[in-house]
Design a binder for this molecule. Sequence first.
Ligand SMILES: NC(=O)c1ccc[n+]([C@@H]2O[C@H](COP(=O)([O-])OP(=O)(O)OC[C@H]3O[C@@H](n4cnc5c(N)ncnc54)[C@H](O)[C@@H]3O)[C@@H](O)[C@H]2O)c1
Ligand SMILES: C[C@@H](CO)CCC[C@@H](C)[C@H]1CC[C@H]2[C@@H]3[C@H](O)C=C4C[C@@H](O)CC[C@]4(C)[C@H]3CC[C@]12C
Length: 369
Amino acid sequence: MADSAQAQKLVYLVTGGCGFLGEHVVRMLLQQEPQLRELRIFDLHLGPWLEELKTGPVQVTAIQGDVTQAHEVAAAVAGAHVVIHTAGLVDVFGKTSPETIHEVNVQGTRNVIEACVQTGTRFLVYTSSMEVVGPNIKGQPFYRGNENTPYEAVHRHPYPCSKALAEQLVLEANGRKVLGGLPLVTCALRPTGIYGEGHQIMRDFYHQGLRLGGRLFRAIPASVEHGRVYVGNVAWMHVLVARELEHRAALMGGQVYFCYDNSPYKSYEDFNMEFLGPCGLRLVGTRPLLPYWLLVFLAALNVLLQWLLRPLLLYAPLLNPYTLAMANTTFTVSTDKARRHFGYEPPFSWEESRTRTIRWVQAMEGSAQ
Ligand SMILES: NC(=O)c1ccc[n+]([C@@H]2O[C@H](COP(=O)([O-])OP(=O)(O)OC[C@H]3O[C@@H](n4cnc5c(N)ncnc54)[C@H](O)[C@@H]3O)[C@@H](O)[C@H]2O)c1
Ligand SMILES: C[C@@H](CO)CCC[C@@H](C)[C@H]1CC[C@H]2[C@@H]3[C@H](O)C=C4C[C@@H](O)CC[C@]4(C)[C@H]3CC[C@]12C
């Protein structure tokens, strides 16, 4: 896309552009993509912050729409050069039905692919997830793995199942002829657990800590390691892939890339404390305070309560058998595939990612007072 004749000629569409990751992708595109003429932001719920973007040199078009509605997606995609498809239902807490998760994540992705084919859009970047690989239902560790590491990727939970199916659709669509006869070029990015400004689960942990008098209680052994990635680096990888897909279509088309950076490998709870600690919270215990069998029991009890209370209210606590298994399974990524294929280097160091996230939590603290 680096053709100078194309300067400020490109139209991008970001689905889910008002979500946690989507907002960072949108802001990054406006800052870092000089060839952008129009940026379309498609989301079920449009954020008020979009208004401030409309005063810049790039035409920002906000489209309220639903990815499950093929005609809405086709209308948004028509005339776009690149689609970055981040829209999805991220639910591992049982807030939404498995059918809805499938509809949004799988049928929604199918609609995006078909819209590209029908309208002649050639470049599609899909936000997949590490969960396409694991942790699997057996809770087997994935230690410093890369895109070629053998791992038994078997899932039962609706969210990873939906992400795996959608990713497969995207990869299989690579090479399909779009309107005009040229081939579609697709690629899937698999972030590990994303953190940073706007991260809802970090917000939930922070408020839980405040409710518990500034304390969180260790439930997971410190030895269980998770790979996490800063949202700004994930956004940058999307921008870079979108830019490079045309020139490196043969290399990158139909490929998957883990989204990674230099954030340290730590347990989920210890990693969160990197941000919540400087904001006044304390993680109590050097070892889990409850035996694992009791956590398993409480997680199962939560499932039962969720089911019993469903007619009255939505009970969706952080702890359930799936989140417990995830938190308790080592899953760390170590790869350089994105660097080798398209020159990815994380623009935000660990120190900067940490500082930005702490500032965001502190601002939340200020607004809570
Ligand atoms: N958060 C993570 O740790 C993480 C990790 C790996 C991959 N991902 C993937 O990244 C993507 C973005 O995740 P996120 O954490 O920003 O979630 P998010 O919920 O903050 O953002 C998702 C966005 O999609 C929109 N959306 C949902 N249903 C829609 C529909 N039917 N039509 C149109 N828009 C719809 C939502 O309104 C929201 O703005 C998802 O595809 C997710 O699977 C997230
Ligand atoms: C047992 C609790 C005691 O404190 C801790 C529960 C933590 C869980 C809520 C989280 C542990 C691992 C997280 C997931 C992981 O980071 C990767 C993900 C992939 C992404 O596609 C969506 C989010 C998530 C599933 C993320 C969700 C929260 C955890 C399960």
